[in-house]
Design a protein around this ligand. Structure first.
Ligand code: GLU
Length: 449
């Protein structure tokens, strides 16, 4: 069976690094086996969903190179949920409830006070037909709960967490539909996963208890004849935490905009998030096929994955050093060609720094004050400068002979005069880019002081 995964964000905000990681892993799981990766916009919450966020989610995924094979939206599938709901109602798996928030809160407190787990007491199941009719007559509309089957133990083999077991009698029957008819997350998601033939649900471990409830929903939908199985496999990855090891607010708002602002390559984010929290080493791997080859849920750990900005910067630098000219040409300063990119690339942590380094070629350069002796030496350099295949090695070769200088005394004044800096790109690569006329001019200017 072809692997089908889905990424199902709610468009109530921008994607953050945790969502991005989930999207990436679902993309990888599908791509690794030539399967399909679906984007499902979970927008049943009309009040909080925004079209601008839907657009931003698409744009972020495109920027990261996580292109979905198909896109669906829950708001366009309401008729399907209605049918599923009817099927479950006929099968006696959903029931109407009339408690107010305050009543539920009070019940919760009482149960806690008695040392009982604060789960829903199924009070609404006891209501007689007359009482319900009376409520409806008063204009009180019910909200709806899914009835868990207490006789069927909940168990699944989780792709990351291993064998999972829940006692359904220790869980609340979840509310699946509000009194105004709108849907909560739980049922539409299960209905869609079956309808879209999702084979693998991979999401954060904050969804483990949802999965416990949803396994019974999947079974109930299949048993009621609404859908055909099987239900998907499940895997819940450990959460992403800050370097300090805590769930951080900052990570909750750190997204593609911030990464773009910091000039982080999508490849660096992908390389980091692909392996963070796994037993595989985080490496500057630009080739996605290589990342896919080693991708395996079995390598995922149970401990929270630590996200470290310094690690992201380190990876970014390493990946920039491998970036081919064609991949960055449109982001480079005017005039910077392939040779320029290759000369300057090893000095960069971020591509945007290329402009600063390119000024060493185009000038003007800011030369330091030279000693009299160095000025004479630089004058000699201007006279000896000859243009050929490899002007830098030719020049330093001659100067070594004529002046007897070596090491730092030989190289540093030349670098300083030619670039205005004490360090930087390889001079052998840089000098041809500076060109003969500019190089002679800079050496002569330095010699004059
Ligand atoms: N819309 C849900 C969320 O954003 C989807 C969870 C899931 O089933 O993957 O958390």
């Amino acid at each position: 069976m072809t692997t089908v995964t889905r990424f199902a964000p709610s468009p109530t905000g921008r994607l953050h690094v945790g969502n991005i990681r989930t999207a990436l892993h679902n993309w990888m799981l599908a791509r690794k086996s030539g399967g399909r990766f679906l984007l499902r916009i979970d927008d049943t919450d009309a009040e909080r969903s925004r079209e601008a966020y839907v657009d931003a989610i698409r744009a972020d995924l495109a920027w990261l190179g996580l292109v979905p094979d198909d896109e669906t939206r829950q708001s366009q599938r309401l008729a399907l949920y209605e049918r599923a709901f009817e099927a479950l109602r006929k099968a006696g798996r959903v029931y109407p409830c009339y408690e107010t928030q305050q009543e539920l809160e009070l019940k919760r407190k009482i149960r806690l006070g008695r040392g009982l787990p604060p789960i829903y007491d199924r009070g609404a199941l006891e209501l007689s037909a007359e009482v319900r009719a009376g409520k409806e007559a008063e204009g009180i509309l019910p909200h709806w709960r899914f009835k868990l089957d207490h006789d069927v133990p909940i168990a699944w083999e989780d792709g990351v967490r291993g064998a999972q077991k829940f006692d359904p009698s220790q869980l609340s029957d979840p509310v699946i539909r509000r009194a105004d008819g709108s849907w909560l997350y739980m049922l539409p998601s299960a209905v869609d996963d079956l309808d879209m033939r999702v084979t693998d649900v991979l999401r954060g471990e904050d969804h483990v208890s949802n999965t416990a409830v949803q396994t019974q929903m999947f079974d109930a939908l299949i048993a009621a004849g609404h859908a055909v199985g099987p239900m998907p496999r499940f895997a819940h990855e450990a959460l992403l935490v800050g370097r300090e090891g805590k769930l951080s607010k900052r990570l909750g708002s750190l997204g593609c905009d911030a990464f773009r602002e910091r000039d982080i390559e999508p490849a660096a984010i992908v390389a980091l998030l692909a392996r963070l929290g796994t037993s595989l080493p985080v490496e500057a791997i630009a080739d996605r096929d290589l990342l896919l080859e080693s991708f395996d849920l079995a390598t995922f750990g149970r401990a929270p994955a630590k996200f470290d900005d310094a690690e992201l910067d380190r990876l970014n630098a390493a990946l920039v050093h491998q970036l081919p000219f064609a991949g960055v040409a449109d982001r480079l300063p005017v005039g910077m060609d392939e040779a320029g990119w290759h000369a300057i690339r090893p000095n960069l942590t971020h591509v945007s720094e290329a402009a600063d380094w390119w000024r060493l070629v185009t000038g003007p350069v800011d030369q330091p004050a030279f000693s009299e002796e160095d000025r004479a030496y630089l004058g000699e350099a201007a006279r000896q400068l000859a243009w050929g295949e490899d002007p830098w090695h030719a020049l330093t070769g001659v100067l070594k002979e004529t002046t007897g200088r070596k090491g730092k005394a030989l190289f540093l004044p030349l670098r300083q005069a030619l670039t205005g800096m004490d360090h930087g790109p390889d001079m052998g690569e840089l000098l041809p880019l500076i060109g003969e006329a500019r190089a002679r001019e800079r050496l002569e200017a330095a010699a004059r002081g």
